[in-house]
Design a protein around this ligand. Structure first.
Ligand SMILES: NC(=O)c1ccc[n+]([C@@H]2O[C@H](COP(=O)([O-])OP(=O)(O)OC[C@H]3O[C@@H](n4cnc5c(N)ncnc54)[C@H](OP(=O)(O)O)[C@@H]3O)[C@@H](O)[C@H]2O)c1
Length: 361
């Protein structure tokens, strides 16, 4: 009998859902036993429901092809088959809030990609290397939900992962003002070039809701736990512009920053290269050995060369130099559907299992 935890994926047929399926193939701790999507897909074999929509560059794993897709809305039925779920459904914010809480109330932990619960005060929003201590609010959330094992944890938006880890590693120098322009891949909208031909050779200077998320979510990551809630940090001041670019996978950020106490260039690079978090200490299965790499070459990080650094779980930085207006400027790159979406959630689930929050039912 398998000792692995049984996993369900809500939104399994979508872009992020497919990434979960690909990342969880041969996972040492988790096994995908249930796939759920909209009523349109329910009742079909997974390979038929996905049909020509498979977007990963590795083949669809054999183990999921014949799984019959369940309806996300059949909460009891899906929950009865799994120990926990990953959520990547595309519904309205209110619907997602309600359905994720419904799963939690069936004593099924939910690790979510969606933004719906990112500002619910007792729901931790976690990058495992940066703020694992926020998991502490789970006990208060369980009290509110009236559950013993069920709860919701979320991951932050994909756009912030190209610069927030870099700034976090420099917290001792007090980053106080940050200007970031993000150049975001089309897979962040769940699309490929085939489905979005207008993006070939094009740039669109608008991504709905993205700038607010990019400015506010790092402050929640740097917040603290008080009275069973996350209280967001007051600084640094962050202003962003988020731009869609003709790239399939990989969000790049061009960042300017001022510090309270300006470090030397050598100090910055040393802090980045030495940076480690709990996933590295615990040697979680998906943890990158080196979360941050700094590349010396003037023409790095590049999407095509660097997006898969540490299997897409690492962050690549480069072009650090002094600026004429700000203290420093640099460029960051992260994989938006691995570290920025499904992979980030898998790493959270590994941390939750390692710390005893997720167990077999
Ligand atoms: N793409 C990214 O990089 C990224 C990053 C972070 C967060 N997210 C968020 O993650 C979620 C999924 O994104 P995606 O890019 O994977 O979207 P997607 O490719 O459009 O997939 C959406 C999934 O949700 C299901 N779904 C749609 N309407 C539904 C309904 N009314 N009831 C139940 N299930 C429904 C779809 O099932 P059918 O196939 O049956 O229609 C599909 O499985 C979104 O909320 C998105 O904002 C995406």
């Amino acid at each position: 009998m398998s000792q692995k935890l049984r996993v369900g994926i809500l939104g399994a047929t979508g872009m992020v859902g497919q990434r979960f399926i690909a990342l969880l193939e041969n996972h040492p701790w988790f096994e995908v036993v249930a796939v759920a999507a909209s009523p349109r897909s329910a009742g079909k074999a997974y390979e038929d429901a996905v049909g020509g929509r498979w977007k990963m560059d590795t083949p669809m794993p054999e183990a999921v092809k014949k799984l019959v897709v369940l309806d996300v809305n059949d909460v009891e039925h899906v929950s009865s088959q799994v120990d926990f779920v990953f959520s990547a459904v595309d519904m309205t914010k209110d619907e997602i809030k309600a359905i994720e809480e419904a799963y939690a109330k069936t004593e099924t932990p939910v690790v979510s990609n969606n933004s719906a619960h990112r500002w619910t005060p007792d729901v931790p929003m976690v990058v495992p290397e940066l703020n694992p201590e926020h998991l502490e609010v789970i006990k208060y959330q369980k009290e509110r939900l009236g559950t013993k094992k069920g709860f919701i944890v979320v991951k932050p938006n994909c756009s912030i992962q190209s610069y927030t880890p870099a700034l976090h590693a420099l917290k001792e120098f007090g980053p106080k003002l940050v200007v970031a322009t993000t150049y975001q891949a089309i897979s962040g909208a769940g699309k490929t070039f085939k489905e979005w031909p207008e993006m070939v050779g094009n740039i669109i200077p608008y991504i709905g809701g993205e700038e607010e998320k990019s400015e506010q979510e790092p402050l929640r990551i740097w917040g603290h736990v008080e009275d069973g809630k996350i209280v967001k940090a007051e600084g640094p001041v962050i202003t962003t512009q988020c731009i869609r670019v003709p790239v399939l996978n990989g969000h790049t950020a061009a960042v300017f920053v001022n510090f309270e106490k300006k470090p030397s260039k050598e100090e910055i690079i040393e802090r980045w290269r030495a940076f480690k978090g709990l996933p590295q200490e615990l040697e979680l299965p998906s943890a990158p050995k080196h979360f941050i790499q700094y590349l010396e070459e003037d023409n790095r990080p590049q999407v095509t060369l660097d997006v898969n650094y540490e299997n897409g779980f690492g962050v690549s930085l480069g072009r650090l130099r002094e600026d004429t207006v700000f203290d420093y400027k640099f460029v960051g790159l992260s994989h938006n559907t691995v570290r920025g979406a499904a992979g980030g959630a898998v790493l959270i689930a590994e941390l939750l299992k390692a710390q005893g929050y997720i167990t077999a039912k």
